[in-house]
Design a protein around this ligand. Structure first.
Ligand SMILES: [Zn+2]
Length: 357
């Protein structure tokens, strides 16, 4: 496996500040765990707001094709995605999306659908939705933590296992629906640099759950999405997020104690990583206009090294598990921001995957 290439973090090139935003939903229900659920009435309000804005709702495959082909990324475009294939998605999808003729993606873990686990769509339902504009895509076989190595596993064994998982899930989805988009949603939004390289070799695109808009800067194997559920589903947040523009970041780098880190998966000791962002010199954003936030720590100090380089250093420990740095900058349009997010995973005291994951 190409371990050296994993040292290069995600980099891209862009021309303009476009705004294609990918929305991520899990449950649409009042009866499921709050953190991954959005009330049906809020989902209806989200869809009505998109209609009111007049934005184009486009298929994820169309956005990925634009990125892969280097053609212009659609502006003021929205992609709607649902993770896991929950049965409670069925009625809101029919009522809100089919009625408007809007495309959308459902990311399914085929092993869980095959096992007919209670609370999930059946293959019959999935095929029916597919006939009405649903793209059915890959969410791993059984919703595994793909970035976590098993005990005693070598890097090669781990990556072979992950590759087999993704390819067999893709094959099962094709058998059941006739569709194969080669687009993965990382379970829990977790990935590793080695998995990005592997997916690029396999000609797969992938989406995470770090936030931000998509443009040619975005890495096709680590596309951002805005998750909506729990505390993050309300209308004021939705209005801001659906209108964000892609921050023109050409490269990011994490470092700890002055040393560049090879990955966003941190050992336990790398608890205060600083983040360096390089902004596109042709782009509309200056380093001094950014505000950055770290999960659990709030607003962080930002130092502009020059017009296009900035460093933000957290003023406290990141907690063990999943965190994010989010940076925003004003666009000049009221209530509209450039947005960029870096996902971080900090391992537990034995540098193991946290057990509660
Ligand atoms: Zn999921």
């Amino acid at each position: 496996m190409k371990l050296l290439s994993t040292l290069i973090l995600w980099i891209g090139i862009s021309m303009t500040g476009h705004a294609a935003v990918i929305l991520q939903y899990h449950h649409i229900s009042n009866a499921t765990p709050a953190s991954t659920s959005l009330a049906p009435e809020l989902f209806r309000a989200h869809m009505a707001y998109i209609e009111e804005l007049g934005y184009d709702v486009i298929p994820l495959s169309e956005l990925v094709a634009a990125l892969n082909n280097g053609t212009e990324v659609p502006d003021n475009a929205v992609v709607i995605t649902f993770d896991d294939g929950y049965a409670d998605n069925y009625a809101p999808i029919v009522e809100e999306l089919h009625s408007r003729n809007w495309p959308y993606t459902i990311f399914v873990p085929p092993q869980i659908i095959d096992d007919q686990v209670r609370g999930y769509l059946s293959w019959d339902q999935i095929r029916e939705l597919a006939e009405h504009g649903a793209e059915i895509s890959n969410h791993s076989q059984g919703h595994e933590h793909l970035a976590a190595k098993l005990d005693g596993e070598t890097d090669d064994e781990w990556l072979s296992r992950v590759q087999a998982n993704i390819l067999s899930a893709e094959q099962r989805i094709e058998e059941q629906t006739g569709q194969s988009h080669r687009i993965l949603a990382y379970p829990y939004g977790e990935f590793a640099p080695e998995i990005l390289s592997m997916l690029a070799d396999l000609d797969f695109a992938a989406v995470g759950q770090h936030s931000g808009a998509v443009d040619h800067f975005s890495n096709v194997q680590a596309l951002p999405r805005f998750p909506f559920g729990g505390a993050y589903g309300g209308m004021s947040g939705f209005r801001t997020k659906v209108r964000t523009k892609a921050m023109p970041v050409t490269e990011f780098q994490l470092s700890s104690n002055g040393e560049r880190l090879p990955s966003h998966i941190l050992t336990h000791d790398q608890s205060w990583p600083s983040l360096t962002l390089l902004l596109d010199h042709e782009g509309p954003v200056k380093a001094s206009s950014l505000n950055c936030f770290a999960s659990g720590l709030g607003a962080q100090e930002v130092e502009a090294l020059d017009d296009y380089t900035l460093v933000t250093s957290p003023e406290g420990y990141l907690s063990v598990g999943r965190s994010r740095y989010n940076c925003t900058a004003p666009t000049g349009e009221r209530g509209r921001f450039f947005w960029y997010s870096v996902p971080i995973i900090r391992l537990d005291e034995g540098d193991q995957w946290p057990p509660e994951f």
